[in-house]
Design a protein around this ligand. Structure first.
Ligand SMILES: Cc1cc2nc3c(=O)[nH]c(=O)nc-3n(C[C@H](O)[C@H](O)[C@H](O)COP(=O)(O)OP(=O)(O)OC[C@H]3O[C@@H](n4cnc5c(N)ncnc54)[C@H](O)[C@@H]3O)c2cc1C
Length: 339
């Protein structure tokens, strides 16, 4: 008989992130489908508020590893906490969100317990007494449905792939699990860019993609790099969207061409870039070639602005193609948005 453990860490404000609620949906789907029992395990500086927020999820028990040491993301303490929680719950299947913190330490916990770990899965299902996961391969070109016989089986769920669990909060009773762990790493503080300097925003409703066209000669025979930068930054600010880029545009920095200074290779979307998940996407001055568009696999509604009515987007890769000058369109959009 399987026992499913939902595992998550709290955020700096002691809440659970949306991705944790999505993983909880997967854990519940598995537990209900398998007829298995469900428990929850939380790690953080303070876990009571998070436990209260999922009090109505149907977990038999909620275990917690808390204290100042566990408020920080650190391999040694996280791996020890995850291991202790899986043991305390007697879990045969552990489901957690694919956060960088979980993905870094969970495989270590799986190894210590003689189990296996599949990260970045996009779904979990149960048929009879068989649990299965969905995982994409070959740069998101092929999807596989997989089962495993090894236990404990640790599974992380990619953010944005499932609906978040919603349910009643309440007063939860947390069973505290003691973890004795030594660490040489002391976290003395955090350095992060200001929120408005951060252009990659995984939770944004819109992915705004810029292509090489923004830095190419326009109809007046001139390049308008500064104007392009101003328009793009204005739209990022006005729409609070996430910034993606084509490979050609990010590669220009290496080739010494005219570059948008706030773009890095981390913004690149595509076969050799990222595959972000957003409800909507808007591509501008980008041709829509296959190695780029393959990174749009998980964008639900796709639109593009291109001068070329025969660009890649027109060949079934976008839901709507506006054949127009992106400089003019986006300036107008920014004006309408009040920026
Ligand atoms: C192995 C391999 C892996 C690759 N991986 C990736 C990847 O991960 N990501 C990726 O993006 N690419 C990838 N590529 C490259 C990809 O094939 C394309 O070369 C690249 O995506 C083209 O970038 P682009 O559309 O920005 O530029 P271009 O092809 O130069 O297109 C610029 C577009 O801007 C339009 N334009 C110009 N001015 C305006 C204007 N004022 N208004 C509206 N439109 C305008 C033009 O009509 C044109 O369509 C890969 C290629 C290979 C071989």
């Amino acid at each position: 008989m399987e026992h499913v453990l939902f595992l998550a860490h709290t955020e700096a404000d002691n809440t659970l992130h949306k991705s944790a609620h999505e993983a909880l949906s997967a854990a519940k789907t598995l537990a209900e489908g398998l007829g298995a029992s469900l428990s929850a395990g939380l790690v953080g500086g303070e876990v009571q508020a998070a436990a209260d927020s999922i009090a109505g999820c149907g977990a038999e028990k909620i275990f917690g590893v808390s204290g100042e040491t566990f408020g920080q993301s650190r391999y040694a303490t996280d791996a020890a906490a995850f291991e202790a929680l899986a043991k305390a719950a007697g879990a045969s299947i552990v489901v957690a969100p694919s956060t960088s913190r979980i993905n870094r330490a969970l495989p270590g916990a799986a190894q210590r317990l003689g189990g296996v770990c599949d990260t970045d899965t996009t779904g979990a299902a149960a048929s009879g007494d068989q649990a299965s996961i969905k995982r994409w391969f070959y740069r998101q070109r092929m999807v596989a449905e997989m089962t495993r016989t090894e236990r404990p089986w640790f599974i992380t769920i990619a953010p944005g792939s499932l609906s978040a669990w919603e349910g009643a909060s309440g007063g939860a009773s947390v069973e505290s699990v003691a973890v004795d762990v030594d660490t040489r790493t002391q976290v003395t503080g955090q350095k992060a860019p200001a929120a408005d300097e951060q252009t990659i925003r995984p939770d944004a409703k819109l992915l705004f993609v810029t292509g090489a066209g923004w830095t190419k000669k326009q109809k007046d025979g001139q390049v308008h790099g500064q104007r392009a930068a101003q328009i793009i930054k204005g739209f990022l600010h006005n729409a609070s969207c996430s910034l993606g880029s084509s490979k050609s545009l990010t590669d220009m920095s290496a080739e010494g061409g005219q570059v948008l200074p706030f773009l890095s290779h981390l913004n690149q979307v595509g076969q050799t870039g990222s595959t972000p998940r957003h409800p909507k996407g808007l591509a501008t001055c980008c041709h829509g070639e296959e190695p780029h568009v393959v990174g749009w696999r998980f964008i639900n509604e796709r639109r593009a602005v291109n001068l070329d009515a025969n660009c890649g987007w027109a060949h079934g890769k976008a839901d709507v193609l506006y054949v127009a000058d992106a400089f003019e369109v986006m300036e107008k959009v920014n004006a309408l948005l009040g920026g």
